[in-house]
Design a protein around this ligand. Structure first.
Ligand code: SF4
Length: 196
């Protein structure tokens, strides 16, 4: 006996279906049958909603990141479902955990292997400043070896804080000029880290 096929469109669902709106339409000129904007806005919008993170997790903050990826917080909602474990495919380096000085060259190498444009999120007190480990063996902040775009405070930061840091990265990505990576300012920034 075949099952009856039922389409249960409730009033609420129908309302959603009939009122789909583009919430993030870039600024531009609009008329009947056309919409014009500039390339920078479209590229920014696309990049912002398709970041591929590389999780560089060394300790407890990494566990918070696992929760952030879980179904309750769900980083996938931001277009970042696809984590990459090779720097060549990723554009957002998320550093989570205590970085020992021995690990610093490894972190730097991972950063160097990422293609431009790339962004860096320092998650938690350890990645941002060494945290409670003011010792001879711990790097006192990853910005001693690579440039950082956003810092997330906390020991550990809750998943909400990680999401907040991620959204701030998205804002940077969305508003970044396409020329920034070729600018003198950016070259000087990398130069200050000894990166050509
Ligand atoms: S900031 Fe706190 S929770 Fe995060 S890695 Fe350091 S000690 Fe662990």
């Amino acid at each position: 006996m075949s099952r009856p096929v039922r389409f249960n469109i409730h009033a609420k669902d129908a309302d959603i279906r009939d009122n789909v709106a583009i919430t993030e339409m870039p600024e531009g000129l609009q008329g009947e049958g056309f919409f014009a904007t500039n390339l920078e806005q479209v590229v920014g919008l696309a990049r912002k909603n398709s970041l591929w993170p590389l999780p560089f997790a060394t300790s407890c903050c990494g566990i918070e990141f696992m929760a952030t990826m879980g179904s309750h917080y769900d980083l996938s909602r931001f277009g970042s479902e696809r984590l990459g474990f090779t720097p060549r495919q990723c554009d957002l380096l998320m550093v989570m955990g205590t970085i020992a000085k021995k690990m610093a060259p490894v972190l730097r190498q991972v950063y160097l292997q990422m293609a431009e444009p790339r962004w860096v999120l320092a998650v938690g007190a350890c990645a941002s400043s060494g945290g409670i480990f003011d010792t001879y063996s711990v790097l006192q902040g990853i910005d001693q070896v690579i440039p950082v775009d956003v810092y997330v405070p906390g020991c550990p930061p809750r998943p909400e804080a990680i999401l907040d840091g991620f959204i701030r990265i998205q804002d940077l990505v969305h508003n970044e000029s396409l020329r920034r990576r070729n600018s003198e300012h950016y070259t000087a920034l990398l130069g200050s880290y000894g990166i050509q």
